[in-house]
Design a protein around this ligand. Structure first.
Ligand code: RB5
Length: 147
């Protein structure tokens, strides 16, 4: 199960991506926004990321205007490795090497064609493990490092 959410800057791209998920028969939950009203992106990022961290969603997709606000908010939640991707290489390698569990996209940056390619790579590419597991573990330990 995939979770997906957007603010007003990502609303239109979210419609494209949910249509793509439906086409592929991928189960998902759309946590909004459901109409193009203004909504603060942390209010969408937080519940989606908590659900990913709790295991309700295997992965999450968050879309705002740039993808930046969503990725900043998402990476504050323990257990989240959110990747802002604007190209296919990054989408592939953030799965292979970072085991990213949340994809962030810029709805005002990307056209739908590229955004769907990125989404497909994010969903279909497995984590490589091995030496990358050690590095991901070190990243996650930073959550408990204190200041
Ligand atoms: C909303 O106007 C915009 O700031 C938001 O969608 C996002 O781009 C923030 O990073």
């Amino acid at each position: 199960m995939i979770g997906i959410g957007a603010d007003q800057g990502g609303f239109l791209l979210k419609q494209e991506i949910t249509a793509y998920l439906k086409e592929r028969g991928i189960e998902f939950e759309d946590i909004g926004i459901h109409t193009p009203e203004s909504r603060d992106y942390p209010d969408i990022a937080e519940p989606l990321c908590r659900a990913v961290a709790a295991g309700k969603y295997e992965k999450g997709i968050l879309i705002c205007g740039t993808g930046i606000g969503m990725s900043m908010a998402a990476n504050k939640i323990h257990g989240i490795r959110a990747a802002l991707c604007g190209d296919c290489f990054s989408a592939r390698f953030t799965r292979l090497h970072n085991d990213a569990n949340v994809l962030c996209l810029g709805g005002r940056v990307l056209g739908p064609g590229l955004a769907l390619e990125i989404t497909g790579l994010f969903l279909d590419t497995p984590f490589e493990g091995g030496r990358h597991q050690r590095r991901v573990d070190k990243v996650m330990q930073l959550e408990n490092a204190g200041d």
